[in-house]
Design a protein around this ligand. Structure first.
Ligand code: AMP
Length: 191
């Protein structure tokens, strides 16, 4: 799932986990968990995250590599907030190739900037994330524009990019994503 901060990637990723049994790989959540646990990694990334900047490619690529190994056998993975740079996207291609799998779709949630700021303020009130302040959010948005948006043509060239209007209600966006992914495969043990 691809898109700027507060586009709804995390919300939609969780629905795909519920509905399709995919495993969500969110580097943002992994980093927040490392901080909450007080690990040396968590300490190292805290300031960068709170400033709304990107942590190093090396750190997030290592987190994704570990999770892919840990998740072997899952019916699918949904990447949420990764990759965010061309170096990360190239590393992901390598990691997937080594495992004999590939990216089926990159679903870009298209949301305009005003709506993003409104969503961020709502989330700040609900969850109290340290990087959901106006200044940090602006930094995150400019990191997205400067470093992440370049992945749109990257994935378009690979022929895997699908664009979904992310402005609507959660259910409507989920339905649009469902149409891109096609019918659900039966998940073992579920009806
Ligand atoms: P997120 O929850 O995806 O918005 O991520 C929160 C913060 O974690 C970001 O603002 C970055 O500081 C850091 N982060 C998460 N994923 C990445 C990534 N793929 N590359 C670099 N930094 C990341």
């Amino acid at each position: 799932l691809f898109g700027p901060p507060a586009a709804g990637k995390g919300t939609q990723a969780k629905r795909l986990v519920e509905e399709r049994g995919f495993r969500q790989l969110s580097t943002g959540e992994m980093l927040r968990a490392a901080r909450a646990a007080g690990t040396s990694l968590g300490k190292k990334v805290a300031k960068i995250m709170d400033a709304g900047q990107l942590v190093s490619d090396e750190v997030v690529i290592a987190l994704i590599a570990e999770s892919l190994t840990a998740g072997e056998g899952a019916p699918g993975f949904i990447f949420d907030g990764f990759p965010r740079t061309t170096a990360q996207a190239e590393a992901l291609d390598r990691l997937l190739k080594e495992r004999g799998v590939k990216i089926d779709k990159v679903i870009r949630l298209v949301v305009d900037d005003d709506a993003l700021v409104a969503r961020m303020s709502k989330r700040a009130a609900e969850e109290g994330r340290a990087d959901d302040t106006v200044a940090a959010f602006k930094a995150r948005l400019s990191a997205y524009n400067a470093q992440t948006a370049a992945l749109i043509p990257f994935y378009r060239r690979q022929g895997v990019l699908a664009e979904v209007d992310g402005m609507g209600a959660i259910d409507d966006v989920a339905a649009a994503i469902g149409r891109v992914l096609g019918p659900r495969r039966k998940i073992k043990g579920r009806k």
